[in-house]
Write a protein that binds this ligand. Structure first.
Ligand SMILES: NC(=O)c1ccc[n+]([C@@H]2O[C@H](COP(=O)([O-])OP(=O)(O)OC[C@H]3O[C@@H](n4cnc5c(N)ncnc54)[C@H](O)[C@@H]3O)[C@@H](O)[C@H]2O)c1
Length: 358
């Protein structure tokens, strides 16, 4: 099959990972790397390369040997670069977060739909074998109904100059929730509390809780100040419970056939008091997961969506849902944890259904 031609925009910290994966992919021909800083772009492609260096975005977008661009520049620049790319008829994959706020994200979704081009968000974790396993386990009913999700992402982190710990770390947890929950993340409300014990001027420790439309509840704990690094998610289901420990390569995922059963279906209060609780102590299953770099699956999915004229697994609407939850969390944080309903998604769901053309 003919290769698609891609240019990576942004050759800072993350861009080189995209460059490496597009180069290694049979689906893609990397034709150019564009950065305002020529030396950075040159360094990423290395000596004696056939890949071009571009320092002007308009010149890059005028090239007719570029089908798609991958944007790895700071979040505040994503919308303007993506809009220019759609105007020039290119397909676009954008690094997370989709934009610096829901309004810019919605404008990107509209522009992609108007241009009939693919807009994909690189929610990288969604392309890890572990998260793909969790999504399948929920969809196939292995866990039963999702009763609760508890996600912990804590370590000694850099206190960021421009964003708090929610905007720095929680996009990962929220994008994973959006990916694994059937129908995506649509919480009725978000409650956020945080603290700034160092007087850094922004929350360094944060807790998010949100009731899920399925009836369950999700909780996310993010923290820049923890001396130990923990990356764990528990998905408690009515049939089984899954524990994902991303820092344990021997047993990244365990599926526990264990739980609590109420022995009687008590209807009134008096009956409920008499209801006895029993514990189910069944097997723990540890699935064998393939060792595969998430970004290699991500670039393959981008190519598949373009070739098949379909929405990618992580589309613009997924990026917008995550941003809407983050924005509601910021409002709740200012109101000491008062639950806040995320803004409606500006018709993005309908837009994401629109048919794409090549
Ligand atoms: N998926 C992940 O897990 C992951 C991890 C880290 C960063 N990121 C995301 O990647 C993006 C980039 O982050 P980073 O840490 O690499 O930033 P960075 O500041 O290290 O690099 C950004 C690069 O973009 C260039 N640039 C800025 N504006 C440009 C423009 N208009 N045209 C061309 N080049 C331009 C800069 O010169 C710089 O080299 C962010 O959205 C970030 O959130 C994603």
């Amino acid at each position: 099959m003919e290769q698609l031609r891609v240019a990576v925009v942004g050759a800072g910290y993350w861009g080189p990972n995209l460059v490496r994966n597009f180069r290694a992919s049979p689906d893609w021909d990397l034709v150019a790397v564009c950065d305002l800083d020529e030396t950075r772009a040159q360094k990423v492609i290395g000596p004696r390369s056939t890949v071009d260096v571009e320092t002007s975005l308009p010149r890059l977008l005028r090239r007719d040997d570029v089908d798609a661009v991958a944007i790895a520049t700071p979040a505040r620049t994503h919308a303007s670069i993506a809009l220019a790319a759609f105007e020039a008829g290119k397909h676009v994959v954008v690094e997370k977060p989709l934009a610096d706020g829901p309004e810019s994200a919605a404008s990107m979704i509209s522009a992609a739909s108007d241009a009939g081009r693919v807009l994909m968000i690189d929610h990288t974790y969604c392309y890890t074998p572990a998260v793909q396993y969790i999504r399948r386990a929920i969809a196939d009913g292995v866990l039963g109904d999702v009763l609760y999700v508890d996600s912990v992402r804590i370590n000694l982190g850099l206190v960021q100059p421009d964003v708090d710990v929610f905007w720095d770390l929680a996009p990962h947890d929220l994008s994973i929730l959006d990916f694994i929950l059937p129908g995506g993340l649509h919480p009725a409300s978000i409650s956020a509390t945080g603290s700034d014990p160092l007087n850094a001027g922004r929350a360094c420790v944060g807790y998010l809780s949100m009731p899920l439309t399925s009836g369950g509840i999700a909780h996310v704990n993010v923290n820049w100040l923890s001396p130990t690094k923990i990356r764990q998610m528990v998905v408690g289901g009515s049939r089984r419970t899954l524990l994902w420990d991303d820092l344990n390569p021997q047993q990244r995922i365990g599926v526990f056939d264990r739980g609590v059963d109420l022995s009687t279906q008590a209807r009134d209060a008096a009956q409920r008091e008499r209801a006895s609780v029993s514990y189910r102590l069944g097997d723990i299953t540890v699935p064998a997961l393939p060792e595969r770099e998430a970004l290699s699956s991500m670039v393959a999915e981008f190519a598949g969506a373009i070739r098949e004229g379909r929405q990618p697994l992580t589309d613009g609407a997924a990026g917008l849902r995550v941003l809407s939850v983050l924005q509601a969390a910021s409002t709740s944080l200012m109101m000491d944890g008062t639950p806040v309903r995320p803004e409606p998604l500006l018709g993005a769901a309908e837009l994401s259904e629109s048919v794409l053309s090549r």
